[in-house]
Design a protein around this ligand. Sequence first.
Ligand SMILES: *Cc1c(COP(=O)(O)O)cnc(C)c1O
Length: 461
Amino acid sequence: MTTTESKLPSVDALLRLPAAAVLVERFGRAATLAALRDELAERRRNRAFHPPPPVLLDAAADALERRFRATQRPVFNLTGTVLHTNLGRAPLPPEAAAAAALVMREASTLEYDVETGRRGERDDHVRALLRDLTGAEDATVVNNNAAAVLLILNTLALGREVPVSRGELIEIGGSFRMPDIMARAGAQLVEVGTTNRTHARDFEAAIGARTALLLRVHQANYAIAGFTASVSLERLAAIAHAAGLPCVEDLGSGSLVDLASWGLPHEPMPGQSLAAGADLICFSGDKLLGGPQAGLIVGRAGLIQALNANPLKRALRLDKGRLAALAHVLRLHLDPDRLRERLPALRLLTRPAAEIRAVAERLAALVTPRFPDRRVAVAECRSQIGSGALPVDLLPSFAVTIEGADLPALARSWRALPRPVIGRIAGGRLWLDCRCLEVDALQAFAKNMTTLAIGNGPPVP
Ligand SMILES: *Cc1c(COP(=O)(O)O)cnc(C)c1O
């Protein structure tokens, strides 16, 4: 033992101090003890400096504070990407979140029929709604759309071949690659056509005795332009049916309402795909649908029955909270006239640019005094839908932009706020896109901003 080490107090000595009692009261004895031990061990390693007990207790208190703070916290999403996968995709309507919280707190009719007193089916909470909204014979739901693709292929194509156009062998991000999912599902991918052109005859030539189904993948997050050709869903379904095979479409971000009626680009709707001849369609719950994470599958009753009979369904099923939230969001879709005001995702996506501009101007007035040495301005920009829905920037929006030196440090100071503010750096400025900042959140935004480190940096020329 060195002399400096002997100056460190024991854990017991620290625990006897009044400040330690406060920590025990707040965080519990076990966690406080562990934090004090960690702190002492750290100081023992660092022999240069051994601080007095109050400093050790303060450091342990900081560590406890960090450990007990929720790591998944709300942020202000000013990235300009509405359905931002890393920021949780669609914001739920408060009533949908409340419906989820209620069944998570209490015993519920998750799989129970109060009429008969017998076991019920958990999917029944959304089945009829999905049938009504898409015109499908039947429906089932799983953990997410990746799980939906996995379940469909594993059920219908285990050990068999699935021809897919080379132009549709996509990667969604976060390691979802169509060929990999197919392999893990036990299906054998048969690549058809070329990257830019696939013809009906390519599919016809690919069909053999081991073919299980024909799969079409919606070109969600990219576009192939120029000299291109693809097989329409109608044509693909006709080829599949002529060979006695089902036709499956992975729609990715299917919408249950026609987005074009709100001035957004048209996204394919599951009902239209069914009408075009697809036998099964899968899509996400938390993309354009604006609900919780889920994979929705609609289509022929016999095929849905087969999916439900696969033991994997149990492993991929939806939990009660998300099921309640999804049912709420689906019911909102029964009234398309009021959907925009009730569904936050749709409201944010269809927000008029003039309204966003007004928010940006109010925000600029709040931000400008905090940055005396930086140029703060309101600027036109383009927001993105996100989540792979139409990859191009296309929604006219307005941002508060902040110019000056060391933008990464500036962005970091916004992220360090109690409720982190996430913007993006481009063209020598930090952009705070106001599309997802609703008017009634401005006050909270201003309050949150009070601890913002005054951004200095050299004056803008
Ligand atoms: C987003 C997407 C998926 C994956 O959906 P998750 O809900 O993220 O699992 C699969 N296929 C397509 C075409 C997609 O756009």
